[in-house]
Design a protein. Sequence first.
Length: 104
Amino acid sequence: MSINLDQMSLTELKDLKARVIRAIDTFNERRKREILAELEETARARGYSLAELTALKVTRKRSVSAPRFANPANPSDTWTGRGRKPGWYTAAIAAGKSPGDLAI
């Protein structure tokens, strides 16, 4: 299939472009339907429906950070150094203490 683009008018080129875009879209949709059918068959073969499997929530486990700073007035009040700075930390820094002074 050979198309001589140099001999086509602007209208013909735009029409060709629209047809190519439609062909690509329908190809992608057809391919998605084929893959979805394969996935549904695999899920059925293993005793599940695809809807059951896609409804599962995937949760990410967060690592617990060890505290790095402690409140001098109340050592049980700690901060990991992540997130928003606690008021006691900002007050201590403003009063002239260094982060090293507050470190555990």
